[in-house]
Design a protein. Structure first.
Length: 104
């Protein structure tokens, strides 16, 4: 599932099936991902991000979305600190709501 990541320019797709993740990863990177784990966040050569979540685990989902948010804020040059924590939290909320709405 591709998420709406606005207002930031980094594209994100979340998948819940290892075979689907492997195919997308291989197509983008030209080689197989390392062995399966509960969750994976990977930057693709085109600058987009692909996330794999095993068994729709909400804890793993939050963990991997945090990796994405940290990467995105670094990409746009916005440090994560007390001054920007509200922007970070609203962004995380937006991404999490999209996935939960689709998967629940």
């Amino acid at each position: 599932m591709k998420l709406n990541t606005s207002p930031y320019p980094v594209q994100l797709e979340v998948v819940f099936d290892w075979d689907t993740f492997t195919k997308k990863y291989r197509k983008a990177k030209g080689f197989e991902p390392e062995e399966q784990s509960k969750g994976v966040t990977t930057l693709l050569p085109d600058g987009s991000v692909l996330i794999y979540i095993q068994d729709n685990d909400p804890i793993t989902l939050v963990h991997e979305l945090n990796h994405f948010c940290i990467y995105t804020f670094g990409f746009i040059g916005l440090p994560i600190n007390d001054d920007n924590s509200e922007a970070y939290c609203y962004y995380m909320d937006s991404l999490l709501k999209q996935v939960l709405k689709h998967e629940c």
